[in-house]
Design a protein around this ligand. Structure first.
Ligand code: PHE
Ligand code: NA
Length: 452
Protein backbone atom coordinates (compact mmCIF):
# COMPACT_ATOMS: atom_id res chain seq x y z
CA UNK A 1 0.00 0.00 0.00
CA UNK A 2 1.16 3.52 -0.76
CA UNK A 3 1.86 5.80 2.15
CA UNK A 4 -0.97 8.28 2.82
CA UNK A 5 -0.39 11.55 1.04
CA UNK A 6 0.22 14.76 2.97
CA UNK A 7 -0.19 18.48 2.50
CA UNK A 8 3.10 20.22 1.87
CA UNK A 9 2.39 23.35 3.90
CA UNK A 10 -0.06 24.62 6.44
CA UNK A 11 -1.11 27.43 4.11
CA UNK A 12 -1.81 24.81 1.48
CA UNK A 13 -4.20 22.93 3.72
CA UNK A 14 -5.94 26.07 4.96
CA UNK A 15 -6.38 27.40 1.43
CA UNK A 16 -7.77 24.07 0.29
CA UNK A 17 -10.24 24.03 3.20
CA UNK A 18 -11.22 27.62 2.48
CA UNK A 19 -11.51 26.67 -1.18
CA UNK A 20 -14.01 24.00 -0.29
CA UNK A 21 -15.97 26.27 2.01
CA UNK A 22 -16.10 29.22 -0.34
CA UNK A 23 -18.24 28.22 -3.25
CA UNK A 24 -21.32 29.03 -5.22
CA UNK A 25 -23.20 29.16 -1.91
CA UNK A 26 -21.31 32.23 -0.73
CA UNK A 27 -21.89 34.13 -3.93
CA UNK A 28 -25.42 33.32 -4.86
CA UNK A 29 -27.01 31.97 -1.71
CA UNK A 30 -25.73 33.94 1.25
CA UNK A 31 -26.68 37.47 0.08
CA UNK A 32 -30.25 36.44 -0.60
CA UNK A 33 -30.63 34.35 2.56
CA UNK A 34 -29.44 37.28 4.65
CA UNK A 35 -31.73 39.73 2.83
CA UNK A 36 -34.69 37.40 3.13
CA UNK A 37 -34.19 36.58 6.81
CA UNK A 38 -34.00 39.85 8.61
CA UNK A 39 -31.19 41.66 6.77
CA UNK A 40 -28.72 43.00 9.32
CA UNK A 41 -30.56 41.13 12.06
CA UNK A 42 -29.71 37.86 10.30
CA UNK A 43 -26.18 38.24 11.58
CA UNK A 44 -27.38 37.37 15.08
CA UNK A 45 -28.52 33.80 14.26
CA UNK A 46 -25.82 33.47 11.62
CA UNK A 47 -22.95 34.27 13.99
CA UNK A 48 -24.60 32.26 16.73
CA UNK A 49 -24.82 29.22 14.45
CA UNK A 50 -21.26 29.74 13.31
CA UNK A 51 -19.77 30.05 16.78
CA UNK A 52 -21.81 27.36 18.53
CA UNK A 53 -22.18 24.84 15.72
CA UNK A 54 -20.14 25.63 12.61
CA UNK A 55 -16.71 26.21 14.09
CA UNK A 56 -16.95 23.62 16.90
CA UNK A 57 -18.05 21.06 14.31
CA UNK A 58 -15.27 22.09 11.97
CA UNK A 59 -12.73 21.68 14.78
CA UNK A 60 -14.17 18.23 15.43
CA UNK A 61 -14.02 17.17 11.77
CA UNK A 62 -10.44 18.42 11.42
CA UNK A 63 -9.60 16.51 14.59
CA UNK A 64 -11.29 13.32 13.39
CA UNK A 65 -9.45 13.31 10.08
CA UNK A 66 -6.14 14.15 11.68
CA UNK A 67 -6.46 11.58 14.47
CA UNK A 68 -7.72 8.63 12.47
CA UNK A 69 -6.22 9.40 9.04
CA UNK A 70 -8.53 7.59 6.73
CA UNK A 71 -11.25 8.25 4.24
CA UNK A 72 -14.73 8.84 5.61
CA UNK A 73 -15.91 5.22 5.82
CA UNK A 74 -12.68 4.16 7.55
CA UNK A 75 -12.98 6.89 10.13
CA UNK A 76 -16.47 5.86 11.14
CA UNK A 77 -15.72 2.15 10.99
CA UNK A 78 -12.66 2.56 13.18
CA UNK A 79 -14.75 4.34 15.75
CA UNK A 80 -17.35 1.60 15.59
CA UNK A 81 -17.76 -1.14 13.01
CA UNK A 82 -21.52 -0.72 13.21
CA UNK A 83 -21.29 2.91 12.04
CA UNK A 84 -19.33 2.38 8.85
CA UNK A 85 -22.54 3.02 6.88
CA UNK A 86 -22.54 6.63 8.02
CA UNK A 87 -19.26 7.17 6.21
CA UNK A 88 -20.64 5.58 3.06
CA UNK A 89 -23.81 7.64 3.37
CA UNK A 90 -21.77 10.84 3.48
CA UNK A 91 -19.72 9.68 0.53
CA UNK A 92 -22.93 9.01 -1.38
CA UNK A 93 -24.33 12.44 -0.51
CA UNK A 94 -21.18 14.16 -1.64
CA UNK A 95 -21.10 12.14 -4.83
CA UNK A 96 -24.66 13.27 -5.55
CA UNK A 97 -23.76 16.89 -4.91
CA UNK A 98 -20.73 16.50 -7.12
CA UNK A 99 -22.65 15.39 -10.19
CA UNK A 100 -24.90 18.43 -10.20
CA UNK A 101 -22.44 20.96 -8.80
CA UNK A 102 -20.25 20.19 -11.81
CA UNK A 103 -23.11 21.18 -14.09
CA UNK A 104 -23.31 24.61 -12.51
CA UNK A 105 -19.55 25.02 -12.78
CA UNK A 106 -19.94 24.08 -16.45
CA UNK A 107 -22.61 26.74 -17.02
CA UNK A 108 -20.32 29.25 -15.34
CA UNK A 109 -17.57 28.38 -17.79
CA UNK A 110 -19.98 28.95 -20.69
CA UNK A 111 -21.09 32.27 -19.24
CA UNK A 112 -17.51 33.35 -18.73
CA UNK A 113 -17.03 32.93 -22.47
CA UNK A 114 -20.33 34.63 -23.25
CA UNK A 115 -19.29 37.60 -21.12
CA UNK A 116 -16.70 38.67 -23.69
CA UNK A 117 -19.45 39.98 -25.97
CA UNK A 118 -22.53 39.73 -23.73
CA UNK A 119 -23.64 36.85 -25.87
CA UNK A 120 -26.66 36.47 -23.61
CA UNK A 121 -28.39 39.41 -25.32
CA UNK A 122 -30.93 41.76 -23.80
CA UNK A 123 -33.46 39.21 -22.58
CA UNK A 124 -31.20 37.22 -20.29
CA UNK A 125 -34.01 35.08 -18.88
CA UNK A 126 -35.08 33.87 -22.30
CA UNK A 127 -31.46 33.33 -23.26
CA UNK A 128 -30.71 31.16 -20.25
CA UNK A 129 -33.83 28.98 -20.35
CA UNK A 130 -34.62 28.85 -24.05
CA UNK A 131 -31.42 29.47 -25.96
CA UNK A 132 -28.76 28.08 -23.64
CA UNK A 133 -30.50 25.26 -21.78
CA UNK A 134 -33.41 24.73 -24.23
CA UNK A 135 -35.31 23.63 -21.15
CA UNK A 136 -37.83 20.84 -21.67
CA UNK A 137 -41.31 20.87 -20.16
CA UNK A 138 -40.83 18.24 -17.46
CA UNK A 139 -38.05 16.63 -15.43
CA UNK A 140 -39.17 13.31 -16.89
CA UNK A 141 -38.65 14.47 -20.45
CA UNK A 142 -34.90 14.77 -21.04
CA UNK A 143 -35.43 15.62 -24.73
CA UNK A 144 -31.84 14.88 -25.65
CA UNK A 145 -28.47 16.25 -24.74
CA UNK A 146 -27.73 19.97 -25.02
CA UNK A 147 -24.30 19.84 -26.62
CA UNK A 148 -22.95 23.25 -25.56
CA UNK A 149 -23.83 22.39 -21.96
CA UNK A 150 -22.30 18.96 -22.39
CA UNK A 151 -19.07 20.49 -23.66
CA UNK A 152 -18.73 22.85 -20.72
CA UNK A 153 -19.46 20.11 -18.19
CA UNK A 154 -16.84 17.97 -19.91
CA UNK A 155 -14.39 20.86 -19.57
CA UNK A 156 -15.13 21.12 -15.84
CA UNK A 157 -14.48 17.40 -15.44
CA UNK A 158 -11.26 17.65 -17.38
CA UNK A 159 -9.91 20.35 -15.07
CA UNK A 160 -10.95 18.32 -12.05
CA UNK A 161 -9.27 15.24 -13.44
CA UNK A 162 -5.98 17.03 -14.05
CA UNK A 163 -5.88 18.53 -10.56
CA UNK A 164 -6.85 15.35 -8.73
CA UNK A 165 -4.59 13.19 -10.86
CA UNK A 166 -1.55 15.12 -9.64
CA UNK A 167 -2.39 14.32 -6.06
CA UNK A 168 -2.97 16.14 -2.82
CA UNK A 169 0.23 18.10 -2.59
CA UNK A 170 1.04 18.66 -6.23
CA UNK A 171 -2.54 18.93 -7.44
CA UNK A 172 -5.10 20.15 -4.91
CA UNK A 173 -2.65 22.19 -2.89
CA UNK A 174 -1.15 23.99 -5.85
CA UNK A 175 -4.56 24.60 -7.41
CA UNK A 176 -5.79 26.10 -4.13
CA UNK A 177 -2.74 28.31 -3.84
CA UNK A 178 -3.43 29.70 -7.29
CA UNK A 179 -7.22 29.83 -7.31
CA UNK A 180 -7.94 31.24 -3.86
CA UNK A 181 -5.71 34.34 -3.84
CA UNK A 182 -6.87 35.17 -7.38
CA UNK A 183 -10.47 34.71 -6.32
CA UNK A 184 -10.03 37.14 -3.42
CA UNK A 185 -8.38 39.73 -5.59
CA UNK A 186 -11.02 39.45 -8.29
CA UNK A 187 -13.91 39.72 -5.87
CA UNK A 188 -12.35 42.72 -4.16
CA UNK A 189 -11.85 44.45 -7.50
CA UNK A 190 -15.43 43.82 -8.60
CA UNK A 191 -16.78 44.90 -5.22
CA UNK A 192 -14.85 48.16 -5.28
CA UNK A 193 -16.24 48.83 -8.72
CA UNK A 194 -19.75 47.81 -7.65
CA UNK A 195 -19.98 50.02 -4.58
CA UNK A 196 -19.07 53.08 -6.63
CA UNK A 197 -22.02 52.59 -8.99
CA UNK A 198 -24.97 54.96 -8.61
CA UNK A 199 -27.69 53.34 -6.53
CA UNK A 200 -25.37 50.81 -4.94
CA UNK A 201 -25.72 52.25 -1.47
CA UNK A 202 -29.48 51.76 -1.46
CA UNK A 203 -28.93 48.17 -2.43
CA UNK A 204 -26.48 47.52 0.37
CA UNK A 205 -28.81 49.27 2.80
CA UNK A 206 -31.56 46.91 1.79
CA UNK A 207 -29.46 43.92 2.58
CA UNK A 208 -28.19 45.16 5.92
CA UNK A 209 -31.30 46.95 7.13
CA UNK A 210 -32.06 44.98 10.29
CA UNK A 211 -35.50 43.62 10.97
CA UNK A 212 -35.17 42.44 14.53
CA UNK A 213 -38.73 41.17 14.69
CA UNK A 214 -37.48 38.29 12.51
CA UNK A 215 -35.38 36.96 15.36
CA UNK A 216 -38.39 35.25 16.89
CA UNK A 217 -39.12 33.45 13.62
CA UNK A 218 -37.76 29.91 13.79
CA UNK A 219 -37.38 29.78 10.00
CA UNK A 220 -34.73 32.45 10.24
CA UNK A 221 -32.75 30.25 12.61
CA UNK A 222 -33.20 27.28 10.33
CA UNK A 223 -31.88 29.34 7.44
CA UNK A 224 -28.84 30.36 9.48
CA UNK A 225 -27.92 26.80 10.43
CA UNK A 226 -28.54 25.51 6.94
CA UNK A 227 -26.36 28.21 5.44
CA UNK A 228 -23.53 27.58 7.91
CA UNK A 229 -23.43 23.82 7.39
CA UNK A 230 -23.61 23.95 3.63
CA UNK A 231 -21.20 26.82 3.50
CA UNK A 232 -18.52 25.28 5.70
CA UNK A 233 -18.91 21.95 3.85
CA UNK A 234 -19.51 20.06 7.11
CA UNK A 235 -21.32 16.76 7.32
CA UNK A 236 -20.31 15.58 3.83
CA UNK A 237 -17.02 13.93 4.72
CA UNK A 238 -15.15 16.68 2.91
CA UNK A 239 -13.35 18.30 5.79
CA UNK A 240 -12.69 14.87 7.33
CA UNK A 241 -11.02 13.75 4.11
CA UNK A 242 -8.96 16.90 3.70
CA UNK A 243 -7.73 16.80 7.29
CA UNK A 244 -6.76 13.14 6.96
CA UNK A 245 -3.84 14.42 4.87
CA UNK A 246 -2.56 16.71 7.62
CA UNK A 247 0.93 16.08 8.91
CA UNK A 248 1.28 14.95 12.53
CA UNK A 249 2.25 18.39 13.74
CA UNK A 250 -0.71 20.56 12.80
CA UNK A 251 -2.73 23.16 14.58
CA UNK A 252 -6.37 22.09 14.48
CA UNK A 253 -8.31 24.85 16.21
CA UNK A 254 -6.53 27.77 14.58
CA UNK A 255 -7.01 26.29 11.15
CA UNK A 256 -10.71 25.84 11.85
CA UNK A 257 -11.12 29.43 13.03
CA UNK A 258 -9.26 30.77 10.01
CA UNK A 259 -11.42 28.70 7.66
CA UNK A 260 -14.65 29.73 9.38
CA UNK A 261 -13.88 33.43 9.49
CA UNK A 262 -12.47 33.59 5.97
CA UNK A 263 -15.63 31.96 4.68
CA UNK A 264 -17.83 34.32 6.66
CA UNK A 265 -15.87 37.40 5.59
CA UNK A 266 -16.04 36.31 1.98
CA UNK A 267 -19.81 35.84 2.26
CA UNK A 268 -20.26 39.36 3.56
CA UNK A 269 -18.09 40.71 0.77
CA UNK A 270 -20.25 38.87 -1.75
CA UNK A 271 -23.34 40.31 -0.08
CA UNK A 272 -22.02 43.82 -0.60
CA UNK A 273 -21.07 43.01 -4.18
CA UNK A 274 -24.39 41.44 -5.14
CA UNK A 275 -26.56 44.06 -3.46
CA UNK A 276 -24.57 46.95 -4.89
CA UNK A 277 -25.22 45.57 -8.32
CA UNK A 278 -28.88 44.96 -7.54
CA UNK A 279 -29.24 48.47 -6.11
CA UNK A 280 -27.72 49.95 -9.23
CA UNK A 281 -29.95 47.86 -11.42
CA UNK A 282 -33.09 48.84 -9.51
CA UNK A 283 -32.21 52.51 -9.85
CA UNK A 284 -31.42 52.10 -13.53
CA UNK A 285 -34.82 50.48 -14.15
CA UNK A 286 -36.60 52.85 -11.77
CA UNK A 287 -38.06 50.03 -9.67
CA UNK A 288 -37.75 48.89 -6.04
CA UNK A 289 -35.02 46.46 -5.15
CA UNK A 290 -37.58 43.79 -4.31
CA UNK A 291 -38.34 43.67 -8.04
CA UNK A 292 -34.80 42.71 -9.01
CA UNK A 293 -33.60 40.63 -6.06
CA UNK A 294 -33.02 36.94 -6.71
CA UNK A 295 -30.80 34.07 -5.69
CA UNK A 296 -29.27 30.87 -6.96
CA UNK A 297 -29.30 30.06 -10.64
CA UNK A 298 -31.58 33.01 -11.35
CA UNK A 299 -29.20 35.48 -9.76
CA UNK A 300 -26.07 34.18 -11.42
CA UNK A 301 -27.32 33.46 -14.92
CA UNK A 302 -30.19 35.89 -15.39
CA UNK A 303 -30.00 38.87 -13.05
CA UNK A 304 -26.23 39.40 -13.10
CA UNK A 305 -25.97 39.18 -16.92
CA UNK A 306 -28.83 41.65 -17.14
CA UNK A 307 -27.08 43.97 -14.72
CA UNK A 308 -23.82 43.60 -16.63
CA UNK A 309 -25.57 44.79 -19.79
CA UNK A 310 -26.33 48.13 -18.21
CA UNK A 311 -22.99 48.63 -16.45
CA UNK A 312 -20.10 50.72 -17.60
CA UNK A 313 -17.28 48.35 -18.74
CA UNK A 314 -19.56 45.33 -19.19
CA UNK A 315 -16.82 43.06 -20.50
CA UNK A 316 -14.58 43.70 -17.53
CA UNK A 317 -17.38 43.21 -15.06
CA UNK A 318 -18.91 40.17 -16.71
CA UNK A 319 -15.75 38.19 -17.35
CA UNK A 320 -14.39 38.86 -13.88
CA UNK A 321 -17.65 37.87 -12.21
CA UNK A 322 -17.99 34.59 -14.07
CA UNK A 323 -14.34 33.75 -13.68
CA UNK A 324 -14.77 34.26 -9.93
CA UNK A 325 -17.78 31.95 -10.06
CA UNK A 326 -15.74 29.32 -11.89
CA UNK A 327 -12.84 29.55 -9.42
CA UNK A 328 -15.11 29.42 -6.36
CA UNK A 329 -17.08 26.51 -7.79
CA UNK A 330 -14.05 24.62 -9.04
CA UNK A 331 -12.25 24.62 -5.69
CA UNK A 332 -15.39 23.32 -3.98
CA UNK A 333 -15.94 20.74 -6.67
CA UNK A 334 -12.42 19.41 -6.29
CA UNK A 335 -12.99 18.96 -2.56
CA UNK A 336 -16.20 17.00 -3.10
CA UNK A 337 -14.53 14.76 -5.67
CA UNK A 338 -11.64 14.02 -3.34
CA UNK A 339 -14.06 12.38 -0.90
CA UNK A 340 -14.86 9.63 -3.38
CA UNK A 341 -11.33 9.41 -4.75
CA UNK A 342 -9.98 8.82 -1.23
CA UNK A 343 -12.63 6.19 -0.56
CA UNK A 344 -11.84 4.36 -3.83
CA UNK A 345 -8.13 4.40 -3.07
CA UNK A 346 -8.59 3.06 0.44
CA UNK A 347 -11.36 0.57 -0.24
CA UNK A 348 -10.10 -1.02 -3.44
CA UNK A 349 -6.42 -0.34 -3.08
CA UNK A 350 -6.39 1.61 -6.32
CA UNK A 351 -3.45 3.89 -6.82
CA UNK A 352 -4.41 7.54 -7.08
CA UNK A 353 -4.17 7.77 -10.85
CA UNK A 354 -6.51 4.85 -11.31
CA UNK A 355 -8.94 6.00 -8.62
CA UNK A 356 -9.12 9.49 -10.10
CA UNK A 357 -9.65 8.24 -13.62
CA UNK A 358 -12.32 5.73 -12.61
CA UNK A 359 -14.09 8.30 -10.48
CA UNK A 360 -14.05 11.05 -13.08
CA UNK A 361 -15.39 8.68 -15.69
CA UNK A 362 -18.25 7.47 -13.49
CA UNK A 363 -19.00 10.97 -12.26
CA UNK A 364 -19.01 12.27 -15.81
CA UNK A 365 -21.43 9.58 -16.96
CA UNK A 366 -23.85 10.42 -14.15
CA UNK A 367 -23.57 14.14 -14.74
CA UNK A 368 -24.77 13.69 -18.31
CA UNK A 369 -28.29 13.74 -16.79
CA UNK A 370 -27.72 17.42 -16.06
CA UNK A 371 -26.65 18.16 -19.62
CA UNK A 372 -29.99 17.07 -21.04
CA UNK A 373 -32.73 19.57 -21.71
CA UNK A 374 -34.35 18.57 -18.40
CA UNK A 375 -31.09 19.15 -16.50
CA UNK A 376 -32.10 22.22 -14.52
CA UNK A 377 -35.46 20.70 -13.59
CA UNK A 378 -33.85 17.56 -12.21
CA UNK A 379 -31.20 19.67 -10.50
CA UNK A 380 -33.83 21.66 -8.61
CA UNK A 381 -35.40 18.49 -7.27
CA UNK A 382 -32.14 16.83 -6.26
CA UNK A 383 -30.86 20.04 -4.69
CA UNK A 384 -34.02 20.40 -2.63
CA UNK A 385 -33.65 16.92 -1.15
CA UNK A 386 -29.94 17.25 -0.57
CA UNK A 387 -30.41 20.57 1.23
CA UNK A 388 -33.27 19.43 3.39
CA UNK A 389 -32.18 15.90 4.18
CA UNK A 390 -28.58 15.39 3.15
CA UNK A 391 -26.98 18.44 4.68
CA UNK A 392 -28.53 18.88 8.10
CA UNK A 393 -29.63 15.30 8.74
CA UNK A 394 -26.18 13.98 7.83
CA UNK A 395 -24.63 16.43 10.27
CA UNK A 396 -27.17 15.52 12.94
CA UNK A 397 -26.53 11.78 12.77
CA UNK A 398 -22.79 12.36 12.75
CA UNK A 399 -22.85 14.62 15.78
CA UNK A 400 -25.10 12.29 17.77
CA UNK A 401 -22.80 9.39 17.02
CA UNK A 402 -19.57 11.19 17.83
CA UNK A 403 -20.77 13.18 20.83
CA UNK A 404 -22.90 10.50 22.44
CA UNK A 405 -21.62 7.12 21.25
CA UNK A 406 -17.91 7.88 21.10
CA UNK A 407 -15.73 9.50 23.69
CA UNK A 408 -15.76 13.14 22.67
CA UNK A 409 -13.12 13.86 25.32
CA UNK A 410 -10.65 11.66 23.42
CA UNK A 411 -10.98 13.99 20.48
CA UNK A 412 -10.76 16.99 22.77
CA UNK A 413 -7.53 15.68 24.24
CA UNK A 414 -6.09 14.88 20.82
CA UNK A 415 -6.95 18.31 19.46
CA UNK A 416 -5.65 20.17 22.51
CA UNK A 417 -2.37 18.30 22.45
CA UNK A 418 -1.46 19.71 19.07
CA UNK A 419 -3.28 23.05 18.94
CA UNK A 420 -2.17 26.45 20.19
CA UNK A 421 -5.62 27.39 21.20
CA UNK A 422 -7.29 24.68 23.26
CA UNK A 423 -10.97 23.82 23.38
CA UNK A 424 -12.70 23.60 26.74
CA UNK A 425 -16.04 22.61 28.12
CA UNK A 426 -17.88 25.11 25.93
CA UNK A 427 -16.83 23.01 22.95
CA UNK A 428 -18.17 19.82 24.54
CA UNK A 429 -21.37 21.59 25.52
CA UNK A 430 -21.96 22.97 22.03
CA UNK A 431 -21.39 19.61 20.38
CA UNK A 432 -23.23 17.47 22.89
CA UNK A 433 -26.27 19.61 23.57
CA UNK A 434 -26.68 22.76 21.54
CA UNK A 435 -25.86 21.53 18.04
CA UNK A 436 -27.83 18.25 18.15
CA UNK A 437 -30.78 20.08 19.66
CA UNK A 438 -30.76 22.74 16.98
CA UNK A 439 -30.24 20.26 14.14
CA UNK A 440 -32.88 17.92 15.57
CA UNK A 441 -35.53 20.62 15.71
CA UNK A 442 -34.66 21.78 12.21
CA UNK A 443 -34.77 18.28 10.73
CA UNK A 444 -38.19 17.64 12.22
CA UNK A 445 -39.49 20.97 10.95
CA UNK A 446 -38.18 20.28 7.46
CA UNK A 447 -39.78 16.87 7.45
CA UNK A 448 -43.13 18.21 8.61
CA UNK A 449 -43.00 20.93 5.99
CA UNK A 450 -42.26 18.48 3.20
CA UNK A 451 -45.05 16.14 4.24
CA UNK A 452 -47.71 18.82 4.61
N1 PHE B 1 -19.35 25.07 0.64
C1 PHE B 1 -19.72 25.21 -0.73
C2 PHE B 1 -20.49 26.46 -1.02
O1 PHE B 1 -20.74 27.28 -0.19
C3 PHE B 1 -20.62 24.16 -1.21
C4 PHE B 1 -20.21 22.81 -1.01
C5 PHE B 1 -21.10 21.98 -0.47
C6 PHE B 1 -19.00 22.39 -1.41
C7 PHE B 1 -20.79 20.71 -0.29
C8 PHE B 1 -18.69 21.12 -1.23
C9 PHE B 1 -19.60 20.28 -0.69
O2 PHE B 1 -20.89 26.63 -2.15
NA1 NA C 1 -19.17 28.49 1.50
Amino acid sequence: MEKREQWGTRTGFVLAAIGSAIGLGNIWRFPYVAYDNGGGAFFVPYLFAMLTAGIPFLILEFGMGHKIRGSAYQIFSRLSKRWEWLGWWQILVSFTICIYYVAVVGWSISYFLLAFNQGWGADTGAYFFKTYLELSDSPLNPAGIRWPVFASVLAAWAICWVVLFKGVKRGIEIASKILMPLLFVMVIIITVRAVTLPGSLEGVNWMFKPDFSKLTDINVWIAAYGQIFFSLSIGFAIMITYSSYLPKKSDITNNAFITGFANCGFSILCGILVFSVLGHMAQHQGVGIDKVVSSGVGLAFITIPKAVNSLPWPVFFGTLFFLALVFAGMSSLISICEVSVAALTDRFNFDRKKAVSVFCLIGFLFSIIFTTRAGLLVLDIVDHFINNFGVLAGGLVEIIFIAWFCRLVDFQEHINKISDFTVGSWWIYCLKILTPLALGIISIMNLVEDIT
